[in-house]
Design a protein around this ligand. Structure first.
Ligand code: NAP
Length: 452
């Protein structure tokens, strides 16, 4: 800890003491605090009103049992979470993650990040996150439905259009959102569309929500590249993961003339010198729910690399842009150095906290562009905000209009980060720009609302 501001230091020590063992949460707080010395020095009123201490303490944390019956008639028990972190700017908003690795600390790290990310969008959204240690892999549709119904049987007491609006995340796509929304509707007897986002088009969803995070990631990267007179046109790109964010990031890169030569899943990676065939990827990962190795088996010149992270594909040919779009801490120092040795211009975090702190330091210590997740991947929650707007006005926008709004929002986030970095004497430092711009917006609202 090299922080000079006393409040920043003592608050972090208190976070460690009060949240033992929650390493991902500590990491997320540390990463934001790294940028806050000059803000706290400039605004002593934040310390006087204990803004930092309050911002690290969730307003409410709900932990609950999720009992359900599997296809063999056995009772299964999972743990459910909803962390309502901060509602200074609007109702809590943030996704649900279903993955066996989910612990309370995971949800708190994601909720904390979400507060600042939502602030950066400029929309009236507070921050929260939820999920369960349930593993959807290998489960039948019936099991997924029964799990989602049991999860919502408890969650419905804590959410609402003006209270808390969940969405998807890892392991929670449109199928799960459908089962969750169906159970909410049944339990409350209300067709309250904007209680959850990521819905299907026929039942209150917005066009572009599936595309939003991946497209937004690429829009943000495009603006970063433009500051150096560069573009995606002709660039070789690596994208980690092959889920929702990765899929649409690849699609937009291809539309802009770049070529994505590698992507991955949790078991391994593929190198495809001809560029990832999205139709095949969709068939393998989303329709057949198969491993990505199957993609390589069906594609003539593609190669599967078992166990390796996608970043090693840069050894096959130089890549200019890296878009980590899978999960937290998936890109480490060795990966960062390897990428830098193979032609890297820019990294943009489509996932939440995918670069380890050490890898982030490697990238920010050299002259390349680095976009942090809370700014880069904010297009998803922003488009959720647009879905809420359409629900509230009983309207449905066209794809072209929605994409235009998304593009404008991403441009706004990019310029907010860039201007803030300049204001604090660190031009081009998007980490500082995102942390400070997001933090200041929430802090000002908290001051205005009093000690609550
Ligand atoms: P998803 O659809 O469940 O996809 C996750 C992908 O990452 C899967 O392909 C998964 O592979 C892969 N993966 C998991 N661990 C990996 C590892 N260690 N190495 C390589 N690949 C790995 O989830 P998603 O919605 O795309 O979310 C991805 C990230 O974006 C998360 O950090 C999420 O919080 C963040 N995010 C999502 C949204 C959104 O709108 N969805 C918005 C903002 C941020 P398997 O198939 O093997 O599991």
């Amino acid at each position: 800890m090299s922080w000079t501001n006393e409040t920043v230091r003592t608050t972090y020590e208190e976070v460690l003491r009060r949240n033992p063992g929650e390493t991902e949460f500590h990491q997320a707080v540390h990463e934001v605090f790294d940028s806050l010395d000059p803000v706290l020095d400039k605004h002593p009123e934040y310390a006087e009103h204990a803004i930092l201490e309050r911002i690290c303490e969730p307003e409410r944390q709900v932990v609950f049992r999720v009992p359900w019956v599997d296809d063999n008639g056995r009772v299964q028990i999972n743990r459910g979470f909803r962390v309502q972190f901060n509602s200074a700017l609007g109702p809590y908003k943030g996704g649900l993650r279903f993955h066996p690795s989910v612990l309370l600390g995971t949800v708190k790290f994601l909720g904390f990040e979400q507060v600042f990310k939502n602030a950066l969008t400029g929309l009236p959204l507070g921050g929260g996150k939820g999920g369960s240690d349930f593993d959807p892999k290998g489960r039948s549709d019936g099991e997924i439905m029964r799990f989602c119904q049991s999860f919502m049987t408890e969650l419905h007491r804590h959410i609402g259009e003006y209270v808390d609006v969940p969405a998807g995340d890892i392991g929670v796509g449109m199928r799960e959102i459908g089962y969750l929304f169906g159970q909410y509707k049944r339990m409350t007897n209300r067709y309250e569309s904007s209680v959850i986002t990521g819905k299907g088009l026929d039942w209150g969803g917005s066009v572009m929500r599936p595309e939003a995070t991946g497209y937004g990631t690429v829009f943000f990267t495009q603006h970063m590249l433009a500051t150096r007179g560069r573009s995606f046109d002709g660039a070789r790109v690596l994208v980690s993961g092959s889920g929702n964010v990765a899929h649409f990031a690849i699609e937009k890169v291809h539309q802009l003339g770049g070529i994505v030569v590698g992507c991955s899943d949790s078991a391994g990676s593929v190198y495809d010198p001809d560029g990832i065939d999205l139709e095949l990827l969709h068939q393998v990962k989303q329709v057949e729910r198969e491993r990505i190795s199957v993609y390589a088996e069906r594609r003539p010149r593609a190669r599967y690399i078992a166990g390796a992270t996608v970043w090693r594909v840069a050894g096959e040919e130089d890549v200019q842009v890296a878009l980590p779009c899978a999960t937290q801490n998936e890109l480490d120092t060795d990966d960062a150095k390897f990428l830098l040795d193979h032609g890297l211009w820019a990294v943009a975090e489509g996932a939440n906290m995918p670069c380890t702190p050490e890898a982030t330091s490697v990238f920010t210590g050299v002259d390349i562009l680095f976009g942090p997740g809370k700014a880069v991947n904010a297009g998803g929650v922003a488009t959720s905000g647009l879905e809420m707007q359409q629900n509230a006005s009983r309207d449905a926008w066209t794809a072209a209009y929605t994409e235009q709004r998304l593009a404008e929002i991403m441009e706004g986030i990019h310029s907010r980060c860039a201007h803030t970095a300049e204001e604090y004497g660190r031009p081009g430092d998007y980490v500082l720009g995102a942390n400070v711009a997001g933090f200041a917006k929430v802090a000002e609202a908290m001051l205005a609302l009093g000690v609550i």
